[in-house]
Design a protein around this ligand. Structure first.
Ligand SMILES: Nc1ncnc2c1ncn2[C@@H]1O[C@H](COP(=O)(O)OP(=O)(O)O)[C@@H](O)[C@H]1O
Ligand SMILES: O=C(CO)[C@@H](O)[C@H](O)COP(=O)(O)O
Length: 468
């Protein structure tokens, strides 16, 4: 039995799965945490990867490996291949001003959609490069190559020698803001608009191509961004919308044609199979529930029980979840809010219900934005850490008004990377068929009143206070 390994270097942790290359059956796995913060030195990802590989029993017996990772993070390397400064992550909002400048300079949102299929917001790499140019010109000048978290880890696994050997894939490249899913090529003019000068960029490999290998000789796949990897790991097809509730909240769908959304809500990314992945991402997802559990002094399991003990609509209490500012809608300076507090509903159960409903309402807006582009939605596939919560599964079905399909709890980004590695081994036109196990459907009565209440209050939030 040939084994393949898939890696998910995500915001909060690094996960490694080792699977049977033919069937996708999970053989063993391991994980290790990442540090907190929206600015992280890539060495911390490398250390966590080593620990996760060890916890997964090593990679000596695997025939191929691929790396999935959090998208958009800015990794700058100097001529010698050393990291210039800690990476700015996808959820770092300091480049919000830079995003507005870039939109203006190219001629507005439509010009960006026509060029690269997205409208810049603080998450995208090109805006972080502009921030670097404006705020740390020495670091910008020293930058000789720019890559993404998964590109850097792939390169390090291969020994990390010459900058010319950096590789990436079209899925993650499409989240930079300087690679076009329309022409399948870099827009170096946009890279230069951001950073101020041209640099080495990773070579973009095809979905089943390998450009590098482990010292053992096992080929490394191109890897991809975590959302493209999740879609591959789930075997998502047309009609499926994948909703991921991890650090980010994501709604995305596999599409045969590239999409463009001039409102900027939907990013027209590429996927990991040669197709496209229209995607909406929010900054406030599983951590809203972490915060609610912390405020109530309960575990996630207790938070779920509490939320399910209160009635739908939480007695009119509505939580706006913009705890970290927000990316979609684009409100980097917003804060969260709780509306409709009353004496009789001021209980842990009502607050827990409002937290889950508010977080899901933010994602329901994301699903609506994907739907508004004409994407068919036949089922919702729910994944990410918070899909482990029964309250999340039930309330997602109620608020979205759709049945929610949840595969057995697992690491679907890492599984997608492993499936890509298996695809590298076969070299076939399509990836190997890996059946999904333990799929459970949750279907509860729709609660449209919850979204109506949320829509009435979601604009009412206070700005972030000035730093003291
Ligand atoms: N049972 C649960 N209920 C709600 N949230 C959970 C549960 N288990 C894990 N989480 C949350 O899921 C998040 C991690 O999810 P994950 O998809 O691994 O995130 P990421 O990929 O962004 O690192 C954490 O914020 C964690 O607290
Ligand atoms: O920015 C995006 C997508 O555009 C995020 O989805 C990141 O890719 C991080 O994902 P998680 O670590 O939350 O899975």
């Amino acid at each position: 039995m040939a084994l393949v390994a898939g890696i998910d270097s995500s915001t909060q942790s690094c996960k490694v799965v080792v699977c049977d290359a033919e069937t996708g059956a999970l053989v063993r796995s391991g994980s290790a945490p990442h540090p907190e913060g929206t600015e992280v030195h890539p060495d911390a990802w490398w250390e966590a990867l080593q620990a996760a590989i060890a916890a997964a029993g090593g990679l000596d017996d695997v025939a191929a490996v691929a790396v999935g990772g959090q998208q958009h993070g800015m990794v700058c390397l100097d001529e010698a291949g050393e990291v210039v400064r800690p990476a700015l992550l996808w959820n770092d909002t300091r480049s919000a001003r830079a995003a507005l400048d870039l939109i203006d300079e190219l001629g507005g949102p439509q010009a960006w959609v026509d060029a690269v299929g997205l409208v810049p917001v603080a998450s995208f790499t090109v805006t972080k490069l502009r921030w670097l140019r404006d705020h740390e010109p020495d670091s910008a000048r020293r930058t000789a190559a720019v890559c993404l978290p998964h590109d850097w880890l792939t390169w390090k696994l291969a020994g990390g020698t010459s900058l010319d050997t950096l590789v990436t894939d079209r899925g993650d490249a499409s989240g930079t803001g300087y690679w076009s899913p329309l022409t399948e090529d870099y827009r170096r003019d946009l890279l230069e608009l951001g950073l101020g000068h041209d640099v080495v960029l990773p070579r973009v490999l095809g979905p089943a191509e390998s450009g590098l290998s482990l010292p053992s000789g096992a080929p490394l796949g191109a890897g991809t961004g975590d959302n493209a990897a999740a879609a591959l790991g789930l075997g998502a097809v047309s009609g499926d919308v994948v909703v991921s509730i991890g650090t980010s909240g994501v709604a995305c769908a596999v599409a045969d044609q590239p999409v463009g959304d001039v409102t900027g809500a939907v990013a027209g990314f590429a996927d990991a199979t040669g197709r496209y992945l229209p995607l909406v991402a929010t900054l406030n997802a599983a951590r809203v529930l972490d915060a609610a559990a912390r405020m109530l002094g309960v575990t996630h399991a207790e938070l779920s029980d509490l939320a399910l003990a209160a009635p739908a609509g939480a007695g009119g209490m509505a939580l706006v979840p913009y705890l970290e500012g927000e990316r979609t809608p684009n409100k980097p300076e917003a804060t969260g809010a709780i509306h409709g507090l009353r004496l009789e509903t001021s209980t842990p159960a009502y607050l827990a219900r409002a937290a889950v409903e508010g977080m899901i309402c933010g994602l329901a807006d994301a699903v609506d934005a994907v739907r508004a582009l004409g994407t068919p939605i036949e089922r919702i596939i729910l994944v990410g850490g918070a899909a482990r919560s029964a309250a999340v599964r039930e309330i997602a079905s109620a608020v979205l008004g759709l049945p929610v399909t949840v595969p057995e709890p697992g690491e679907y980004v890492a599984r997608g990377a492993a499936r890509q590695a298996a695809w590298v081994l076969t070299g076939a036109a399509e990836p190997p068929a890996w059946p999904l196990e333990g799929v459970v459907e949750t279907r509860v009565d729709p609660t449209p009143q919850v979204r109506e209440r949320y829509a009435a209050v979601r604009e009412m939030t206070a700005p972030r206070p000035e730093p003291a």
